[in-house]
Design a protein around this ligand. Sequence first.
Ligand SMILES: [Zn+2]
Length: 206
Amino acid sequence: MGIQGSGKGTQSALLADDLDLVHISVGDIFRWHVKCHTKLGAQVRRLVAAGELVGDDLVEDVVRDRLQLHDWNYGFIIDGFPRNRRQAEFFLESYDIDGVIHLDLPDEEVRRRVLARRLCSRCGMDYNLIAHRPEVDGRCDVCGGDLVTRADDTPDALARRLRDYHNKIDPVVELFRGKEYVMTIDARPDKATVQQTIRSRLGLPT
Ligand SMILES: [Zn+2]
């Protein structure tokens, strides 16, 4: 679990690759729908354009369907779910959870990271003016397209998302804390350091 920009997608993918876990990224599932122009994708596109988050009911349906595939040997790591208390309760009742990794990033740092994001308007490649700068300012390294800010990465939209996140997710983390092993990890260092911290906290070789 972690706020937008905390690196939860990256950290989950690193763990999944190495430990042979299925990585279920709720964000990736939605992005796939957008890319493939499904009905769900069109719905998501409208929400994002309006600076809104995808509704909890929609997320819950998507996750339920995905988990029903049951396509893992050793287990799964999920990021982007649960997003509220009700979903967390469903999750705790339905699955055997070994642990919760909570990537902790102060709001100030979220703002700094998210507002530095850029996107190629032609090929969709992601950039970040802090961590992944293009070679030429404002130009995509791959296709030369113009780099733009995402429509939902404005300070106002971000402030709304931060508020929404804390209202919904802080209680979820508290709920897990009462029932499961929750490790809170400082998400400010670079991604290799964060990964190392997670592994040592889990007692895994680093
Ligand atoms: Zn491009």
